[in-house]
Design a protein around this ligand. Structure first.
Ligand code: KIV
Ligand code: NA
Length: 266
């Protein structure tokens, strides 16, 4: 199986083949998702919430993400590995974004980076692209701006907001972005943006007409007790882990583990 590359994403859009993307934050899950044929693995700053228990993505740092990026890069034999740039690591200037992206690539082994925003980060997208770094955009509900957006809510409702989002998407494309994530956007608007753009759209809570879909893997697999309305549970991995841990505890307490088969007789 050949490595997924940037041009494969564009070709998938042209052929109408859906692109699959999941978050991953460590070696074993990344290896499982890669083996399952997931095209793109994202080390999302959602790691702050899902793995480190923070309430938001605001505290996440480049230093924290890099070991996760390195683990996922080591595991991925086929998937394209995309690293999020966390809050505060790219907004100030193209130079700041470039420095952060270089760390994700040199120290983490990422193939591409993703960051939030439209026209306000177009200069960043352009500079990185000119430097040979593929950039994925992220529009709609952008969690790093949650305080400004007034909470976790659908974006692009109403004609003015829809126009703004479409113009931002086109600006990202013109600046060189290789794809755009659309998060919590009305399905008809996501469909319209997908039709306007030559580059693929990857939806999360953005309806069925995007060129691809992404989910946070714990939501997808059923780990944890909370998941957003748009995230379908495709498994009961949380329950499976719970059951395995309690079966182990039962056998240890009952003295049935370890038995002879799991012991050294001499
Ligand atoms: O951090 C993340 O997991 C993301 C995806 C939800 C797109 O940005
Ligand atoms: Na993110």
């Amino acid at each position: 199986r050949k490595r997924v590359r940037v041009h494969h994403l564009r070709e998938a859009k042209e052929r109408g083949e859906r692109i699959t993307m999941l978050t991953a934050y460590d070696f074993p899950t990344a290896r499982i998702f890669d083996d399952a044929g997931i095209d793109v693995l994202l080390i999302g700053d959602s790691m702050g919430n899902t793995m480190h228990g923070h309430a938001t993505t605001i505290p996440v740092t480049v230093d924290e993400l890099i070991p996760a990026v390195r683990a996922v890069s080591s595991a991925a034999r086929r998937a394209l590995v995309v690293a999020d740039l966390p809050f505060g690591s790219y907004e100030a200037s193209a130079e700041q974004a470039f420095a952060s992206a270089v760390r994700m690539m040199k120290e983490g082994g990422a193939h591409a980076v993703k960051f939030e925003g439209g026209r306000r980060v177009a200069a960043q997208v352009r500079m990185l692209t000119e430097a040979g770094i593929p950039v994925v955009g992220h529009l709609g509900f952008t969690p790093q701006s949650e305080n400004l957006l007034g909470g976790k809510r659908v974006q692009g409702r109403g004609e003015d907001a829809a126009e703004t989002l479409s113009a931002d998407a086109v600006a990202l494309q013109e600046a060189g972005a290789i794809a755009v994530v659309l998060e919590m956007v009305p399905a008809p608007l996501a469909a319209r943006v997908t039709e306007i753009l030559r580059i693929p759209t990857i939806g999360i809570g953005a309806g069925p007409d995007c060129d691809g879909q992404v989910l946070v893997w714990l939501d997808m697999a059923g780990v944890g007790d909370w998941s957003p309305r748009f995230a379908k549970k495709f498994g009961e991995v949380g329950k499976a882990l719970h059951d395995a841990a309690s079966a182990y505890a039962d056998e240890v307490r009952g003295g049935t583990f370890p038995d002879a088969a799991h012991s050294f007789s001499e």
